[in-house]
Ligand binder design. Structure first.
Ligand code: ATP
Ligand code: F6P
Length: 547
């Protein structure tokens, strides 16, 4: 059937099905419900027969989810649903506001733009299992995050733990603050604990958890870093889950990047294996923005804004010199999101080099040729490079590729260049050669060789930690407050066991923790080539500045 090009005739009703409309002689009927692939979330009721979803308020005792403030191990037991305490909150009128509560049929589509005429039609409404690998199907959808009418956790027995892991990023304290305020104000939870210094804080005797309350966290959003502290490494699954059981936490909020999310998935599986009623919520933060599925992780936007300041300085330096090159190295271990977004938003950059796209220096299409031309045309150039770019190329050119990883690990820690040739940090992430220093030196050598009598300057700026050690910017604070305060933990309250909460299209969506591990390689290409693109650019070099 041919669709009517007049889209104003298609109306999507609240159940997600477009109403049939007769327009002239055509009947339009676009059924969303049998095209959308909805990603399943693991729910308490999937694992515990005793968990119910009745709509009546129950009077189950505090023992339902036994809190072990006495030090006893938490029992796995039945859990029944309760009416959301927001019902009695004087600041909300949930029952009178249409759409306040999220229902299971509220979804966030993975892509907002798609051509329904060219999508395969799915046989029936599909529920994707954990292992289905279909996130990029045009009609893939995730459950929308937000408050639910019925919840599974009882306030009096709720004991929440919040932990920040991995590297810093702007706004970590904001995330913690909003979680504390939401739990305290909206749900009257009084047992909220901050786990110190990342995953090791769960079990380490030297790191006592910090009890959190609104008074304590009131100005945390103005402070960079993480007051709870963070660390890499120290992930000992059994120790962590033993400690969680021992302390009686039944809601975990795990804030971190892709490595942290992998750890959260393992914790989730172990909790399931032990049949514990503990909800695990992952909240992706990282300046790298390399957590799959979501639009952007908490912290990314502020980091991009800070990176622009470095680019502006590099531009001023380059412009003020004869044949000046401003070179900025930005974070981004395996992805160039910061470099790319800072480049696109600054409009001062001539060339951006990212890990996803290999580059080379000499010959046709190489960096030297490009810069030669640019300097002749414009007198100066600005270069941005992501820290993970060109690592193999550098190793080959410097002979580092002949040093294997074991050799590198065995070198003295202070010998940074050797360690970087294959070393790993405590979490197992590769430690890199300094591509910025190397480029600066290669550029100088090239110019001396080719133009020995002409002036030339490379000003190298490395703002590495400056871009992530700042508090969140205004936009990020508002977004965190709006999305996390009202929406987040309602999902785990609802009995969902392992999920990732993240902003997408200005709303909160939730997906199975396992899916958070996907990197966002495709979206980098989309940023470069336009929406829907899956083609690699032919060259790393792309000009986007008017001369
Ligand atoms: N595959 C994994 N399984 C279990 N735990 C992991 C795994 N990968 C990393 N972790 C743990 O997660 C924590 C954070 O990991 P990592 O240092 O890689 O930072 P990250 O979460 O990726 O954040 P960032 O983006 O800032 O680097 C560490 O404690 C690390 O031991
Ligand atoms: O020096 P650290 O703390 O290990 O962190 C460096 C890494 O952390 C990040 O900022 C986030 O993963 C990366 O971009 C960077 O490679």
């Amino acid at each position: 059937m041919e669709a009517d090009p007049d889209y104003s005739h298609n109306q999507i009703n609240p159940t997600g099905t477009t109403e049939p409309k007769t327009t002239r002689n055509k009947l339009i009927y676009l059924s969303f419900s049998n095209r959308v692939k909805l990603h399943k979330l693991p729910h308490l009721t999937d694992y515990y027969a005793a968990a119910t979803t009745t709509t009546t308020t129950t009077t189950s005792s505090d023992d339902d989810l036994s809190s072990s403030s006495s030090g006893g191990f938490q029992r796995s037991s039945s859990s029944s649903s309760h009416t959301n305490p927001l019902e009695d909150n004087p600041f909300y009128q949930p029952s009178h506001s249409h759409g306040f509560y999220i229902t299971p049929s509220d979804v966030v589509l993975r892509h907002i733009v798609y051509d329904y005429q060219h999508q395969p039609s799915f046989a029936s409404a599909t529920s994707l299992d954990d292992d289905d690998d279909d996130d990029d199907a045009a009609a893939a959808a995730f459950h929308r995050g937000g408050p639910r009418r019925q919840i599974f956790f009882q306030v009096s027995s709720t004991k929440a733990a919040i932990v920040t892991c991995g590297g810093l990023c702007p706004g970590l304290n904001t995330v913690v603050r909003e979680l504390v305020l939401g739990l305290w104000d909206l749900y009257a939870v009084r047992q909220i604990f901050g786990i110190k210094a990342g995953y090791r804080g769960f079990y380490s005797k030297e790191l006592e958890p910090l009890q959190l309350n609104p008074k304590l966290v009131h100005n945390w959003h103005k402070i960079g870093g993480t007051i709870l502290q963070t660390s890499r490494g120290g992930f000992h699954l059994q120790n962590i889950v033993d400690a969680i059981q021992h302390r009686g936490y039944n809601q975990l909020y795990i804030v971190g990047g892709d490595g942290t999310m992998r750890g959260a998935v393992e914790i989730f599986h172990e909790i399931r294996r032990r049949k514990l009623n503990i909800a695990v919520t992952g909240i992706p933060k990282t300046v790298d923005n390399d957590v799959g599925i979501i639009d952007r992780s908490f912290g990314f936007q502020t980091a991009v804004e800070m990176a622009q300041q470095a680019i502006s300085a590099a531009h001023v330096e380059a412009e003020s010199a004869v044949n000046g090159i401003g070179l900025v190295k930005l974070m981004g271990r395996s992805t160039g999101h910061i470099a790319l977004h800072a480049t696109l938003s600054s409009r001062d950059v001539d060339c951006c080099i990212i890990p996803e796209i290999p580059f080379y220096l000499e010959g046709k299409g190489g960096l030297f040729e490009f810069l030669e031309k640019r300097l002749r045309e414009n007198g100066h150039a600005v270069l941005v490079v992501a820290e993970g770019a060109g690592q193999d190329y550098m190793r080959r050119r410097t002979g580092m590729d002949r040093i294997n990883e074991d050799d590198a690990q065995n070198q003295k820690q202070e010998d940074i260049s050797i360690r970087a040739a294959g070393g790993r940090d405590e979490s197992g992430n590769p430690v890199f050669l300094d591509v910025g220093q190397w480029l600066k030196s290669e550029l100088n050598k090239w110019w001396r060789r080719e133009h020995p009598n002409e002036l030339f300057t490379v000003k190298y700026i490395d703002p590495t930690y400056m871009i992530r050690a700042v508090p969140a910017n205004a936009k990020q604070i508002t977004c965190t407050a709006r999305l996390l305060r009202i929406q987040p933990f309602m999902e785990s309250w609802q009995g969902i066991l392992g999920l990732c909460l993240a902003p997408s299209m200005e709303t909160m969506h939730t997906f199975h923790l396992k899916r958070s591990q996907r990197l966002k390689m495709k979206s980098i290409l989309e940023t470069i080539n336009g929406p829907g693109s899956d083609q690699s650019p032919t060259s790393l070099i792309f000009r986007q500045r008017a001369s």
